[in-house]
Design a protein. Structure first.
Length: 311
């Protein structure tokens, strides 16, 4: 009894290993779709740590669409880190749109980090890119804010190595700002907004990018600040501050001069009693003369007091 049990256990273990290594359901699906995928190939995928469904299912889809692809091509692309399913979808879309695109180029586009399916779809149906708001300043100093819509079509031949969407937006923004800056009056731009899109489109902004620019249209336009007026106001404020500083300096100098003069007067007044005493001593000034001078000073002081009260 022990022998048959051991044999049965071994058979179960072998079956478990077999069904683990070989996705039988996937193999049957491939056979029913007339896709030649051997059991050895599926086992090899397992050993190479490749998920068989990620390769076989896209292969079935490609064969049904009329494409001639090999399992080794898809497995190599998977091992290189590519998106096999999206690459096959792009090939199918290109095949139905009569766009020449082979597997090698599609795989290269995918491995370059570009969305190969979107590239094919955009080459068939153009894509509209809405840009952020660009701000240009006309020659009269008024800001003009512009939002554009860029209609682009993917260029399959330039996707690998060509600049992306951000470059197109940056180039259009630079061209819009430059065109507005060449305008004498901001009203000229408002009256004829198509002049901007026409001049921008003539500059060949799609060169070296992955896109062909079909049109550049003005989506929104509005007036911003008057930069020239702001600069004039700032200049006037700066001039006023300079003038105030100069006036404050002159005032300080005048006050200093007045204080110096007062010091001189005080010093002179301090010499008067000495001169009187010296004159009295030497007999050049009599007592009556001093008395009359003192009365004159008292009278003068009284008159000044009366005059201040009246004022």
């Amino acid at each position: 009894m022990i022998g048959p049990i051991i044999i049965a256990v071994l058979i179960v273990i072998v079956l478990i290993i077999f069904f683990t290594l070989v996705p039988v359901g996937l193999w049957i699906s491939a056979i029913s779709a007339q896709v030649r995928v051997g059991l050895g190939t599926l086992i090899g995928m397992r050993l190479r740590r490749v998920t068989p469904s990620r390769v076989v299912k896209p292969l079935i889809k490609a064969v049904k669409a009329g494409l001639e692809l090999e399992v080794n091509q898809l497995e190599s692309h998977y091992l290189a880190g590519g998106d096999v399913d999206k690459t096959v979808d792009a090939l199918i879309a290109a095949h139905r749109a009569n766009i020449e695109l082979d597997f090698s180029r599609a795989a290269a586009i995918d491995l370059a980090g570009r969305d190969v399916l979107e590239a094919v779809q955009t080459s068939v149906t153009p894509k509209v890119i809405r840009t952020p708001e660009f701000t240009g300043v006309a020659q009269n100093g008024v800001e003009v804010k512009v939002i554009t819509q860029i209609t682009v079509q993917s260029n399959i031949d330039r996707i690998v190595g060509g600049a992306g969407e951000d470059t197109v937006i940056a180039r259009v923004g630079e061209a819009v700002v430059s065109t507005v800056g060449e305008t004498r009056e901001h009203t000229d731009v408002l009256e004829n907004p198509n002049s901007i899109s026409k001049k921008v489109q003539e500059q060949g902004l799609g060169d070296g990018t992955a896109y062909t620019i079909l049109s550049i249209d003005i989506a929104e336009m509005r007036i911003g600040d008057n930069i020239k007026a702001k600069l004039d106001i700032e200049k006037a404020n700066a001039d006023m501050e300079v003038a105030q500083a100069a006036a404050s300096k002159r005032k300080a100098e005048a006050i200093a001069l007045e204080q110096e003069n007062r010091a001189v007067v005080v010093a002179a007044e301090a010499e008067v009693p000495r001169a009187l005493a010296k004159a009295l001593e030497s007999g050049k000034l009599g007592a009556m003369d001093y008395y009359r001078m003192d009365n004159v000073q008292a009278d003068t002081t009284m008159r000044e007091a009366i005059a201040k009260e009246d004022k």
